[in-house]
Design a binder for this molecule. Structure first.
Ligand SMILES: [Zn+2]
Ligand SMILES: [Zn+2]
Length: 259
C-alpha cells in the first residue's frame, strides 16, 4: 500500500478549503507516513483565473508547512513542494523554486499565461503543445512526477489521436527517466462520462493507462486533496482502485520518490 501522498493543496489556491494543519491531522488519522504539500506554484503572469498564491506569498506558505513539519515530526514526515505547469518563458523559475522547496510535480493545466484551463477550453493543437512542454519538462530533471497526464482529456468525448500520441511519448520518457505518472484521484471523483462510446473517467482514463502499462512506465497515486476530508474518502480505498486496474499489471512505485 502506498504510504505517501505528494499531491495536497492548501486554501491559498482559492479552490481548496481547510487550514494546513487539518490536512496534516487527516493524513495522520488515515495512516499516511509521508505527506507532501504541492500547492499551485505562483505565476503572477497568469491572470485568467484566480487559482493560486502570488509570488510574494510563497515564503509564508513554505514557513507554514515547515512549522507543521517540526510540530508533527514524531508522527509523520512532511514535505513542502509545488505543482507547476511547464511554460517555456517561465523556465528560469523552476530551479529557483527548488532552492526553497523539497520537490516539484508537473501538472499541465494550460500551456500559456493567457490561456484558460484545459477543463474549460482546449484544441487538438493544444494537446500537441502539451506533449512538447511536458516531455521537455521531464527532461529538465526538475520534476519528481507528472500529475494527471491525461488532464487534457476532460472536454473530449472521443480520445483524440494527438492525445494517444502524447501519452505514448510521455510514457516512454517516464520509463526512460524513471519519472512516475500519476493516477489522480480527484479526477476519479469527478465521475465518468461517455468517451469513445464507453463510460469512463475523463482522468484517470483507462485508455491512457493501457498505453502507460504497455510501456511499463512507473505509476503512483495522487490524492490531489483540496479538502482535508479527501484523506478519509480516498486513502482507505487505494487497494480497491488498484484492483480496478489489476488486468493492466501497472508498474507501481513502492517508495516515495522524494528522498
Ligand atoms: Zn493539477
Ligand atoms: Zn493539484
Amino acid at each position: 500500500m502506498q504510504n505517501f501522498n505528494l499531491h495536497t493543496h492548501t486554501s491559498r489556491c482559492f479552490h481548496a478549503v481547510g487550514c494546513d494543519e487539518e490536512y496534516v491531522l487527516a493524513a495522520i488519522k488515515n495512516g499516511v507516513k509521508i505527506l507532501g504539500f504541492s500547492d499551485h506554484c505562483p505565476m503572477d503572469q497568469y491572470t485568467v483565473y484566480k487559482d493560486r498564491m502570488k509570488l510574494n506569498e510563497l515564503d509564508e506558505y513554505i514557513q507554514s508547512i515547515q512549522s507543521l513539519k517540526e510540530k508533527y515530526k514524531d508522527q509523520i514526515k512532511i514535505l513542502v513542494g509545488l505543482e507547476c505547469e511547464y511554460i517555456p518563458e517561465y523556465k528560469d523559475m523552476y530551479p529557483k523554486f527548488l532552492k526553497k522547496v523539497d520537490y516539484l510535480i508537473l501538472g499541465q493545466h494550460f500551456n500559456r499565461f493567457d490561456q484558460k484551463d484545459f477543463t474549460a477550453f482546449i484544441t487538438h493543437e493544444d494537446v500537441q503543445v502539451m506533449e512538447e512542454y511536458v516531455t521537455t519538462a521531464m527532461k529538465t530533471g526538475y520534476f519528481t512526477y507528472v500529475a494527471h497526464p491525461d488532464y487534457f482529456l476532460y472536454l473530449f468525448d472521443k480520445y483524440p489521436q494527438e492525445g494517444k500520441h502524447a501519452i505514448e511519448h510521455i510514457a516512454k520518457c517516464s520509463k526512460e527517466l524513471n519519472i512516475p505518472l500519476e493516477i489522480n484521484l480527484k479526477g476519479r471523483a469527478k465521475g465518468k462520462k461517455m468517451i469513445d462510446g464507453k463510460m469512463d473517467y475523463r482522468y484517470p482514463n483507462s485508455q491512457t493507462f493501457e498505453i502507460i502499462a504497455k510501456h511499463h512506465a512507473p505509476v503512483l497515486f495522487g490524492l490531489d486533496c483540496h479538502n482535508p476530508k479527501t484523506f478519509d474518502d480516498f486513502y482507505p480505498e487505494l487497494q480497491n482502485y488498484k484492483e480496478e486496474f489489476q488486468h493492466l499489471h501497472l508498474n507501481y512505485v513502492t517508495e516515495c520518490p522524494v528522498k
